[in-house]
Design a protein around this ligand. Sequence first.
Ligand SMILES: [Zn+2]
Length: 236
Amino acid sequence: MQFQYRKIVFLTGAGISAESGLSLFRGKNGLWNNRNPEEVATAEALLQRRSDVLDFYNGLRHDMAEAKPNAAHLAISRLQQGYSGEVYILTQNMDTLHEKAGSENVYHIHGQINKIRCSHCHNVWETWNDITPDMPCPFCRAEKSLRPDIVFFGEEIMFTSVAEDLLRCADLFVAVGTSGEIPPASRFVWEAWKNGAKTLAFNLEPPANSVCFDRLVLGKADETLPEFIKNQFMTV
Ligand SMILES: [Zn+2]
């Protein structure tokens, strides 16, 4: 593999998982078109309609458990395994398709659907099972304290300092399937660019922050990204 960049940082969003059959959260057929985000993705909603909100995420967890990684996830994983530089993934996705593709160094800045957190004792653990409204915490026995370990609207993203460190010293920043609309991830490209990284975006349509990218590749990520990685890194 050709060595060109010391540190490559990917930022992946819903668009990379769309070809694996997972609904986009935003966009024409997005999940939010059926549900108002405020009904299911805020701490207040969980408090007021616990059963409904948990059911919504139980459904999402089922879908995400079944989903398989596509060619875009696999291409990033192949690059990680064969490249002599460092390759990191910041993802806005709650699914675990990068991990299923064999990737390491994956940071879920909006949390992970297969993790549960207790708001009382703050333990976090992995499971693909449902969270039921009356299930007590297995650690502290608190009731109605369990929630998906994901970032609701209005909450801080996870891995902020990891992201800052990565963006400070990345020399290639690649956004894949992100709308460029949701802060703070939409500002990551600025951070990377400001620090001297080359910036690329792979998306179906120009992202809202497309002005920040050195190069924009339009199309389905499972077609455009493997092609790019092959041409850029795998040719002698
Ligand atoms: Zn607990």
